[in-house]
Design a protein around this ligand. Structure first.
Ligand code: 26Q
Length: 822
């Protein structure tokens, strides 16, 4: 009974095996004997892509034809991670492919590991966008992600002599099998020049923009398949090019270099991702990037809309556009420009459409992290948009004046234009005014937004404010990254939890089952052994898989307080040196994270970690009871190795500084316990898993404010706390820096004389909490119970729940099921 399946769509083992060989030959131009691992990876990737295309095209077609609302998620960053493994999971063909690859004498994991990840983001915000695309597709919501196809993503981090060195990320150099260029859908984007008033044929007053130069945007599409559904949405990333790549006039005049000038200029636009996770002042190219992808995306939505609709009157009924922070906030003004200047709408109806269409997600509380652009740069680059922003602002301030008469301070804080010293365009104000919903990313964050940086907007339109607590996709962050745990859980409660994460609750019934706890420990042990091997291979440090894996992976930032973690390590070191018989469980401290290249303190913190590691890892007195590892080049791929292997998750930011955090969720979902402050989503994680299963320490947000209001004096803690003094003195005297007292002194000085993130104020509380961690770890049965309960109670933190809330409360969109037909 032989069935011949199509080589492009068939899912049985034999067909997949044949299809891979076919693609190897016809796409890579190789036969097995001379093919490299990368060739096989490419052949397999194309084989998987073939199986996606049917679903993808059906989804695109259906969304175009049906008059259902779509979500457009606008984000300057999408940190999607490698596609191959994830697509196998979502297609539900992992096992077949594993077998097919095996029968060809290869190993699937090795091919998966060959994929270069698209590093098109800095950290949390970009990764959140990727989790949300996964959930949108899994929930069958018509959606499209719009962003920039950076030629070079976030830099690769090397560690040389303990310092971070940045290397260009050439992720495209061997080709990208997951994207399809769509040059036929290119659009034009204006920059610079001037505006001009004119009267049209009907005698109406209008404005046109006469640009100095025009850049072409070319879309590159990547399918984003949902889990076990036919919905495959699109991630559409724009690449810039010159309109005319060659200037013949100049060439003929003998100006050979001038002839390609505009080409070089335009192509620079999307060359590189800014590696900062805070706004950088006045970088014109960054503003160009933002306007470029926003302008391309809105034109694309309008073009799509007009295929099936005769006007844009119902644009807001068919599109919900979400602004991922203020990076795409210029879209508010750009949609107004397109409606008024290009489609000849009156201002008021255009504004109704605009406000109904946009939602704005804020990701920060730090006032210094609010994006603002010098008026001079903005006006020179986007003259027409600045005029429109002035018009939006004038009309808005008129309404404010009526609601709060004679309140100059309200007016100036709400105005889009900051007139303090130099003049700036405040992007958060533009986003708030132009959106019908404004949300924070965790309960605490959303409350603090209303009390602090967006207080005056809250007073003006309370009905716009809401919260959507972040979530992460269990497909990538459990099923793909932790197959052993997935298998154990599924044996017990079936597999519905993978897209109904609340079902993990059922694990609670096994918490008293000693054999289950032992299997649970066994899984964690095996995953830790894998990571131990990786660590030895990568950095040459031998770690004990039975030790407590204490992990902090995230961007390096003073507010995230990696250096508080280091103060604890040195405290333990001093204790063990003075009392070698001290009974504490051995620990392996694992760090990972990139520092913004221009962030002096963050780079010193990396040097502090590696320096302390060098001393501790090589001190024979310690008998391997403490190890400190800095894993270079932390990214999505490495995260997938690290989260499953962690025993303890470090979430130790100063209260009130971390908007949400999402790594905290990935750890806890994989059975790590958290040591953390009452910050961001930690608050809700603790609420869910239970206070008794969470190691809490530190000042609360109001206490932080209180301490600061009385004139915080960090020296006081140094003077009164002998153990803390011993730690800081040891750093100061050059003990960790081969006698060099200058190297790490900036960190110590900052803590003693400024300490803006209150490390010294939280030090003792952190140390005490860490002692509780050590005590708990000694009782492995108790630890396992806590670990199981953490996983069982994390259902809330699926990005499926987050996306459902966006759909219900912000976007008002419905799922559309996709039927598979040819
Ligand atoms: C802005 C202008 C110019 C250059 C760079 C930027 C820029 C780029 C990236 C500003 C900020 C970012 C990234 C911010 C970020 O990742 N925020 C994190 O978002 C997560 C998802 O909501 C939260 O969990 C984290 O708490 C928050 O820090």
């Amino acid at each position: 009974n032989v069935t011949i399946e199509d080589d492009r769509t068939g899912l049985d083992i034999e067909t997949i095996r044949r299809a891979v060989l076919d693609n190897l030959f016809y796409i890579q131009g190789k036969f097995p004997a001379i093919a490299t691992k990368h060739d096989f990876y490419m052949a397999l990737a194309y084989t998987v892509r073939d199986r996606l295309l049917q679903r993808w095209l059906n989804s695109v077609q259906t969304n175009l034809k049906k008059d259902v609302k779509s979500v457009a998620y606008l984000s300057a960053e999408f940190l999607v991670g490698p596609h191959l493994g994830n697509n196998l999971i979502n297609l539900d063909i992992y096992q077949q492919v594993e077998q097919a690859i095996k029968e060809s004498g290869l190993n699937l994991q090795e091919l998966i590991d060959t994929e270069e990840e698209p590093g098109l983001g800095n950290g949390g915000l970009g990764r959140l966008a990727a989790c949300y695309l996964d959930s949108l597709s899994s929930l069958e919501i018509p959606a499209i992600g719009y962003g920039i196809r950076y030629e070079f993503g976030i830099f690769d981090q090397h560690i040389q002599d303990g310092w971070q060195v940045e290397i260009t990320d050439k992720w495209l150099q061997y080709g990208n099998p997951w994207e399809i260029a769509r040059p036929e859908s290119s659009v034009m984007v204006n920059f610079g020049g001037r505006t001009e008033a004119y009267t049209d044929d009907h005698g109406a007053f209008r404005v046109r923009w006469i640009p100095e130069y025009v850049v072409k945007g070319i879309p590159y599409d990547t399918p984003i398949l949902g889990y076990k559904v036919n919905t495959a949405n699109t991630l559409r990333l724009w690449r810039s090019e010159a309109c005319e790549s060659f200037n013949f006039e100049r060439f003929n005049q003998g100006d050979y270099y001038g002839a390609v000038d505009s080409k070089v200029h335009s192509e620079n636009l999307c060359k590189v991702l800014y590696p900062n996770d805070e706004p950088i002042q006045g970088k014109e190219l960054r503003l160009q990037q933002q306007y470029f992808f926003v302008c391309c995306s809105l034109q694309d939505m309008i073009r799509t809309h007009l295929i099936e609709n005769s006007s844009l009157d119902n644009f807001d009924q068919l599109w919900a556009i979400q602004l991922n922070d203020t990076h795409p906030a210029v879209a508010v003004a750009e949609l107004m420009r397109l409606l008024v200047d290009v489609h000849h709408y009156e201002w008021e109806p255009a504004w109704q459409i605009t406000e109904n269409t946009f939602g704005y997600t804020n990701h920060t509380l730090l006032p210094e992290a609010l994006e603002k652009w010098p008026l001079s740069i903005f006006g020179r680059l986007l003259p027409r948009l600045l005029e429109i922003i002035y018009e939006i602002n004038n009309r808005f301030l008129e309404r404010v004046r009526i609601k709060f008469p004679d309140n100059g301070s309200k007016m100036s804080s709400l105005s889009i234009i900051d007139e303090s010293d130099d003049k700036y365009v405040r992007m958060a104000n533009l986003a708030c005014i132009g959106s019908h919903r404004i949300n924070g990313v965790a309960q605490l964050h959303s409350e603090l937004l209303k009390e602090t940086i967006l207080h005056d907007f809250y007073a003006l339109f309370p009905e716009k404010f809401t919260n959507v607590t972040n979530g992460v996709t269990p497909r990538r962050w459990m099923v793909l990254s932790n197959p052993r745990l997935t298998e154990l859980i599924t044996q017990k409660i079936g597999n519905r939890w993978i897209n109904h994460l609340d079902e993990l609750k059922q694990l609670e019934q096994f918490v008293d089952d000693a054999s289950f706890r032992s299997q649970w420990r066994q899984v964690k042990q095996e995953v830790k052994q894998d990571l131990a091997k990786y660590i030895e291979k990568k950095v040459g440090i031998v770690v004990n898989p039975a030790s407590l894996f204490d992990v902090q992976v995230k961007r390096i930032h003073e507010y995230k307080r990696q250096h508080l973690n280091v103060l604890h390590i040195i405290t333990l070191y001093n204790r063990l040196k003075h009392n070698p018989n001290l009974d504490i469980p051995p620990r392996t401290f694992i760090f990972g994270g990139k520092a913004a290249p221009g962030y002096f303190m963050a780079k010193r913190i990396i040097k502090l970690i590696t320096s302390v590691g060098d001393v501790i890892n090589n001190d024979p007195d310690l008998k391997d009871r403490l190890k400190v590892v800095f894993l270079p080049d932390y990214n999505v791929t490495l995260g997938q190795r690290v989260y499953p292997a962690a025993d303890l998750s470090e979430q130790i930011s100063t209260a009130g500084k971390e908007a949400s955090g999402t790594g905290n969720m990935k750890f806890s979902l994989n059975g790590a316990l958290t040591i953390g402050t009452l910050d961001g989503a930690n608050v809700e994680i603790r609420e869910e898993v239970g206070a008794e299963n969470f190691f809490l320490f530190g000042l609360t947000t109001p206490q932080v404010a209180e301490v600061k209001s009385h004139g915080y004096y960090p020296r006081g803690h140094y003077d009164s706390n002998e153990e803390l003094r011993g730690v800081l003195d040891l750093i100061s005297c050059g003990f960790f820096s081969r006698g060099n007292r200058e190297l790490l002194q900036p960190i110590v000085d900052n803590l003693l004389y400024d300490d803006p993130y209150l490390l010294l104020a939280d030090y003792q509380s952190y140390i005490n909490s860490q002692e509780e961690v050590s005590e708990a770890y000694k009782d492995q049965e108790r630890w396992s119970r806590m670990s199981i309960l953490n996983v069982a109670r994390m259902g809330k933190f699926s990005s499926d729940r987050s996306i459902q809330e966006y759909c219900d409360n912000i976007w008002k969109v419905q799922p559309v099921s996709i039927k598979l037909q040819a």
